[in-house]
Ligand binder design. Structure first.
Ligand SMILES: [Zn+2]
Length: 478
């Protein structure tokens, strides 16, 4: 709180840092300190009312500082304009991410010993572990560990950080750095794309005449929450193998990587193949195969690495190439696989576990939706909050891309302050004075309105005719 107070010396509603910079400063320098180790006190069933009260106060002060609004302005309204999600939703999001991130901990980690047996990864349980408690104690228990157990029950396994395939010295990039290559194209350059398509044609024709080459077209598509992964293995002039797999609740990148995994598996298991060519429109997914950092596609990476290692060890001439093929270019062999993925229309019949990264994405989306829903439905934003339109849609609050309102006006302190005061109707007008300072005059100086309201200023008042006002004179915009 004291840091937020002292930040006021860095700028006000007239000068100093711009509102976008103030917002960045608050999100990067204040919030992480204020919410440090909040998981210890913020979990399901914990009494958090008083702690949240302080954090709400802190965020309100920051929102007032960013927007330059009056102190009487409604909290939800100014938070939305400043692009700050309400603090309890922010903590929910961070808490959910923390619970999910536990899945990436190695099996020797102390937290693993406190979890249920299915998540402890064979670590010997601590005497306070949830598995060591009686059923009655387990029902009564409220703790971050319980939340982690619930969260991990809903998600599919994704990490194996300490697997031997990822050990330095044992990785593909260390052992066979010259056996794989990526041929990419700059997608924003149409001339480069045409040249690349020509190269794809050449490599396709060449693969038809070379007996030791297997060409794999891999693609994936999604519909109704079901991803379809398709891989076609071409040898000579025909497709020798086709694979089609469907998976529920996964992100497109994972489905694409799985189609590449199937294609590689089928191609290298074919006798007499020395050269494998993978053609995919998700080259970023293929690059994950050689990415040994901690990422949620590790299990696929490990499986593919293991197979490729065997393939490379068999013969020094064995190698693999990954070709980028943007699906919008509709290169015929790839377009055929693309159509096959789109022709599948299966509907999920029963609920299932969710992949790790989809779970994380869904959580963020759901908190933004919750915020927008409460914002529209409740009066916390202020009864006189002015809804504005952007591309014929009412602007809804969000914290992405600099905030819904702030991204348009965030470079100027005065403009942000004026816009905020206009939207919340907490501005130096007669209407505001009548509510908060009833002893002061509140009639408009043009003598035509007994109360100087926002509507009068925007639509009727003669005094503002010379100013730029699109509602009064749209043709006079300069
Ligand atoms: Zn007037």
């Amino acid at each position: 709180m004291s840091t937020v107070k002292s930040m006021r010396m860095l700028g006000n509603s007239n000068r100093g840092l711009s509102p976008s910079q103030k917002r960045l400063l608050y999100r990067t320098c204040i919030l992480p300190i204020a919410t440090y180790s909040f998981q210890l006190w913020y979990f399901k069933g914990a009494p958090v009312h008083y702690s949240l009260k302080d954090l709400r106060k802190m965020q309100r002060r920051a929102a007032l500082w960013i927007t330059g609004a009056f102190r009487t302005s409604p909290t939800w309204g100014i938070e939305a304009i400043a692009g700050l999600i309400p603090i309890h939703l922010h903590l929910n999001k961070l808490g959910g991410r923390h619970n999910l991130r536990t899945a990436s901990l190695p099996r020797q980690h102390a937290i693993r010993t406190l979890l249920d047996p299915q998540h402890s990864k064979s670590a010997s349980p601590h005497r306070m572990a949830t598995s060591q408690l009686t059923p009655k104690q387990n029902i009564r228990l409220k703790s971050p560990i319980v939340d982690i157990n619930y969260r991990l029950n809903e998600t599919l396994p994704a990490f194996d950080n300490l697997n031997g395939e990822l050990r330095p010295g044992q990785r593909l990039v260390d052992l066979f750095p010259d056996r794989f290559s990526f041929i990419t194209v700059k997608r924003s350059d149409p001339i480069a794309r045409v040249a690349h398509l020509r190269k794809l044609d050449e490599v396709y024709c060449m693969s038809q005449n070379e007996e030791n080459t297997a060409l794999v077209i891999a693609d994936a598509g999604g519909k109704n929450n079901i991803a379809t992964s398709v891989a076609h293995v071409h040898r000579g002039h025909s497709i020798t193998k086709r694979t089609l797999h469907q998976a529920m609740n996964v992100l497109p990148t994972e489905a694409e990587l799985f189609s590449i995994r199937c294609g590689i598996n089928q191609a290298i298991s074919t006798p007499g193949v020395n050269r494998v060519i993978i053609i995919t429109d998700a080259i970023h997914a293929a690059e994950k195969i050689f990415d040994t950092s901690c990422h949620p596609l590790q299990l696929h990476t490990i499986a593919i690495s293991r197979e490729l290692k065997c393939f490379f060890q068999e013969n020094p001439a064995n190698h693999i190439e990954f070709w980028d093929c943007p699906s919008k270019d509709k290169w015929p062999p790839h377009h055929a696989a693309d159509k096959e993925t789109k022709s599948q229309s299966t509907r999920p019949l029963y609920p299932s576990q969710v992949s790790w990264d989809l779970s994380r994405k869904d959580e963020c989306d759901s908190y933004i939706r919750t915020w927008q829903m409460y914002f529209q439905a409740s009066d916390y934003k202020g009864k006189q909050f002015l809804d504005l339109n952007d591309d014929d849609e009412t602007i809804a609050p969000t914290y992405t891309k600099g905030g819904a309102w702030l991204k348009h006006v965030g470079r100027s302190n005065t403009l942000t302050a004026r816009i905020t005061r206009l939207i919340t109707n907490h501005a130096p007008t007669g209407e505001y004075r009548k509510q908060f300072f009833p002893n002061e005059p509140y009639a408009c100086l043009c003598q035509k309105a007994p109360i100087e309201t926002r509507h009068h200023i925007l639509h009727e008042c003669e005094r503002y005719k010379q100013s730029w006002n699109p509602l009064l004179a749209p043709s006079t915009i300069s």
